[in-house]
Design a protein around this ligand. Structure first.
Ligand SMILES: *Cc1c(COP(=O)(O)O)cnc(C)c1O
Length: 410
């Protein structure tokens, strides 16, 4: 009979754009006893999590709760619930995850109009606004931090324009939430999706979402209650229901409301993890946390450039939490990644689609975003590149990063 060994995952230094290292406090929270889903102790945890999510998203929205599943499940829940078949949907695409929004919108039966920007840059707000004026969409869906290219799309002007044109604006802030400012109310974002395994440093498996009254009004037109749960006073919305049961926000919000109308069984241990992760974020403070991400992101790119490597993409719209590096000519990018993992226990990411084999992506997210990790990845990458015959002057990368941390002459 085959014997299965004890589970013993290695301790890694994870410098990818997710999943990243998890704070031991979050791991500990996941090991606590399971509670029943209607136990008042558990529903208190649900409510506290909603409160903390509102702070994270910088919103006064009534609705802020996690969808169970990876970040993509949050995106799909928001889109399938807010896009009715036949709706006109505008998607500005500047990387892999913009294409994902396009694909999901098509599956929702929308009439989709996309505008595309070459990978490595983002849209000037006027470009999106002019498409908004000519196409007159019901819904606009856009990525905030595009991890495939390491770029960040400014959203404030687009938010205001969508409000003026009465289009609902859906934002994928999976990679930015908790690492970079996301101003849901101030930027007039109607629905925002966050991720857990990126800057929040919680394992993957939940997708926090928030949406405002404008979004809820549209949702309530498609209001549904499952047949087996209906009581005498059920009134369906005027429009056909959302095509997915699991992702129907009109039913999910009833579960997260004091009504506690049952939908799925909430993921107990993941909710403990989310609550502890959010507590860590709020203890650190959003501003301090954003500054920490900016500092280590800066130290990393300074070190990479000093080493003689070239960064990919337009520097004006660089996403602080992901550095994209061109793989030097003649170097096998996968062999470098393998050596980093096997000899140094460090993981960096490869890339997708048109960038496959061309760039590495190095993340500085959440608990992984620390000085010792940045210095380790720079030192190890330099050693690995030298082993691969790359022509660089040894020692410069780590020294340049140290200078960012401890400016000379201070
Ligand atoms: C990681 C990521 C996703 C997908 O997240 P999953 O948790 O893998 O479903 C979506 N959008 C962006 C911008 C991401 O970086």
């Amino acid at each position: 009979m085959k014997r299965y060994e004890d589970l013993s995952p290695s301790l890694r230094c994870i410098m990818t754009p997710g999943p990243v290292e998890v704070d031991p406090r979050v791991l500990r929270a996941m090991s606590f006893p399971v509670l029943g889903q209607f136990d008042p102790e558990f529903t208190d945890i649900m409510n506290e999590t909603m409160e903390m999510l509102r702070e994270l998203f910088k919103t006064d929205n009534k609705w802020a709760f996690p969808v169970d599943g990876t970040s993509r499940s949050g995106i799909e829940a928001v889109m399938v619930s807010l896009i009715a078949p036949g709706d006109r949907v505008l998607i500005p695409v500047f990387g892999r995850f913009g294409h994902l929004l396009h694909e999901i919108a098509e599956r929702c039966g929308a009439e989709v109009y996309t505008i595309e920007k070459e990978w490595g840059s983002v849209f000037a707000p006027e470009e999106v606004i002019s498409a908004l004026r000519s196409f007159k969409p019901d819904v606009v869906a856009i990525v905030h931090g595009e991890t495939s290219t390491g770029r960040m799309q400014p959203l404030a002007e687009i938010g205001r324009a969508c409000r003026e044109q009465d289009a609902l604006l859906i934002v994928d802030a999976v990679a930015t939430i908790g690492g970079v400012p996301v101003e849901t109310d101030e930027w007039m974002l109607d629905a925002v999706i966050g991720g857990t395994q990126k800057c929040l440093s919680i394992p993957s498996g939940m997708a926090p979402v928030t949406y405002n009254e404008r979004a809820e009004a549209k949702l309530l037109k498609r209001k549904q209650v499952e047949r087996g749960l209906r009581t005498g006073d059920f009134e369906a919305g005027e429009l056909p229901p959302v095509r997915s049961n699991y992702f129907d926000l009109s039913m999910l919000q009833d579960y997260w409301s004091p009504q506690r109308l049952n939908h799925h069984t909430e993921m107990t241990s993941m909710l403990y993890a989310l609550r502890e992760g959010l507590r860590l974020v709020l203890e650190e403070g959003l501003t301090a946390r954003h500054e920490r991400h900016a500092l280590h992101g800066q130290a990393l790119v300074t070190g990479l450039t000093a080493m003689g490597l070239t960064l990919y993409g337009d520097p004006d719209c660089k996403l602080t939490v992901v550095a994209c590096v061109l793989i030097p000519d003649g170097i096998d990018g996968e062999s470098v990644r393998t050596m980093l993992l096997e000899h140094f226990g460090i993981e960096i990411a490869s890339s997708f689609g048109p960038l496959k084999g061309k760039i590495w992506r190095i993340g500085t997210m959440g608990f992984s975003c620390r000085k010792n990790n940045v210095l380790r990845v720079l030192g190890a990458l330099e050693a690995t590149l030298l082993r691969h015959g790359c022509d660089l002057s040894p020692g410069l990368g780590v020294q340049a990063a140290l200078d960012v941390y401890e400016p000379k002459g201070r």
